[in-house]
Design a protein. Sequence first.
Length: 214
Amino acid sequence: MRNKQGEQPVRGSGDDDHAKPDIPNLLIVIGASAGGLDALMRLLDRLPPSLQATVVIATHRPPDSPGNRLAEILRRYSGVRVNEPEDGESLDCATLLVGAPSEFVTIEGDRVSIDAMHERAMRMRRIDALFESAAEFAGPNSVGVVLSGTLWDGTAGLRAISDAGGYCLIQDPDDAQFPDMPLNAIRRVEPTRIGTAEQLAKCIVEIASERRCI
């Protein structure tokens, strides 16, 4: 395994044979906050429509934010099908799921769980909560991606993915409009890869190329 200086395909720290049987497929969870839309668009633009994985995105967006149109915006850049999930929706392959700003999205088994967010403190943990649920249910089949943002949401969740044997991808702070979230993650987690949004997309494609959804 190499960090951002290396160019060879990367592998997670866990053994896929120990993955929980209820989620055999690859689960990619992406967290972004301030400045994250630019990184998301650049990353998603380079993912193939046939990506052998489910992608779930969590961002910090106030309920009255123009970012309420995030799913619509991402459809313009993503070759992967973009859906706004419903509670209990299955994790289909080659699908990108992005919840509404007022929703707290986590993973339970092979399905999406959605709760309404009524408190600011809950909203500020939405990335960690998604990542931690991915680590719990997907284990070494989980891929956590931390993009541009402020403060520390995503760090604890990425650490949970690392402890579960999954892959930890972090945007290069020099490539991020707001480097705090990537920097905090780098300080606490041994990354599988640090890179630009484009390099992280390439890494995701390399990881998914070894998989076939079942």
